[in-house]
Ligand binder design. Structure first.
Ligand SMILES: [Zn+2]
Length: 347
């Protein structure tokens, strides 16, 4: 059993193929994990296109980072994990000893080593090797699919809510609400008492948001002109206090800024290199507005996200479950904007 099935990317911007490859062996501070569930997501599609790193020497590469599974074997220096442990994986490769890591803000690591599934092989495979420090305990009661979603699809929204302090006094506008970040952010903000405006650009996507969220979530049709006006109308005129952009659509961001309540916050979650958003300085002052970047999540937030699933406080949104052989086609659908919610591969 020295080979396994994996989905391999030939080069950045290239194509995925399902192949038999050598089973990876863990180094002294690593663990090998039997992958039970991994998200097939837009973040990974962005990575496949070279949006996170594009050094040719990093390919061929097995992508995939939003995963959970069971520890199979551990390196000789790993003491806190044993075979059989249920884990979920932290996405960032962090040093563990810089000031940011020591104070628990590992998403701000000063010796950032890149991304799991980009700078090293990931979890579109039967087994995956990760640094032991990235293997976090999956709470009892959380399924592997919930663990996979928790690693990014819910942890990232949790970090947004911590950054902005979302509570019952807020109205949160989510741009791109039907994606996995959007649907889980909508639920989380709703559970924290906020009203939620869910902006999307197709009927399918608006229907999906409506089906998986609660009564405090109001769909907003983001097509055409006067989007800002529709957003304001949906808030009895005062505008959203928090605008979260999950897609990097500059026109929608401008509409959100225009509709923003006085004292409001605009949060960017996307990393498109060439897109800029530069409202006039005067408007910052007049609205006493803030623009925030929100960068992934801390390890603590990843575990908290899994706990929110474990006892049913948040419902996981899984739109499809597939095998490794179906992963290339699933990425084609993401590339062509034909998917929403969250697809899970169960290798
Ligand atoms: Zn660090």
């Amino acid at each position: 059993m020295n080979t396994m099935t994996a989905c391999v990317l030939d080069k950045w911007g290239g194509s995925l193929s399902v192949e038999s490859v050598d089973t990876p062996q863990p180094g002294p501070t690593e663990v090998r994990v039997d992958v039970r569930a991994c998200g097939v997501t837009r973040t990974i599609e962005n990575a496949i296109g070279g949006g996170l790193a594009d050094d040719p020497s990093l390919t061929p590469r097995i992508p995939g980072h939003e995963f959970a599974g069971v520890v199979e074997s551990v390196g000789e220096h790993v003491e806190h994990l044993t075979p059989g442990d249920r884990i979920l994986a932290y996405f960032y490769l962090v040093c563990g000893h810089c000031p940011a890591c020591r104070r628990g803000e590992s998403n701000q690591c000063e010796s950032f080593g890149g991304w799991y599934g980009v700078n090293c092989d990931g979890a579109y495979a039967e087994t995956a090797v990760i640094p032991a420090a990235n293997a976090l305990a999956l709470p009892d009661g959380a399924t592997f699919a919930e663990g996979a979603i928790a690693t990014d699809g819910l942890a990232t929204p949790l970090h947004v809510c911590e950054r902005t302090g979302v509570d019952d006094t807020d109205t949160v506008l989510i741009i791109g609400a039907a994606g996995r970040i959007g649907v889980h952010l909508a639920q989380l903000a709703e559970r924290r008492g906020a009203r939620v405006l869910a902006a999307e650009i197709t009927d399918d996507r608006l229907d999906h948001v409506d089906a998986v969220t609660g009564p405090a979530v109001v769909p907003i049709d983001a097509r055409g002109d006067n989007v800002a006006e529709r957003v304001r109308d949906a808030t009895t005129g005062d505008g959203p206090t928090v605008v979260v952009d999950t897609v990097g659509d500059v026109d929608m961001l401008r509409a959100g800024w225009e509709a923003l309540a006085i004292g409001g916050q605009v949060v960017s979650l996307t990393t498109h290199h060439e897109r800029t958003f530069d409202p006039p300085l005067r408007e910052f002052v007049e609205k006493e507005a803030s623009i925030l970047g929100s960068r992934y999540a801390t390890k603590d937030e990843v575990v908290r996200a899994a706990a929110l699933f474990a006892d049913g406080r948040i419902d996981p949104v899984v739109t499809d479950r597939i095998g490794l052989e179906d992963v290339p086609a699933a990425h084609d659908r993401i590339r062509h904007g034909e998917s929403h919610g969250m697809v899970i591969v169960e290798p």
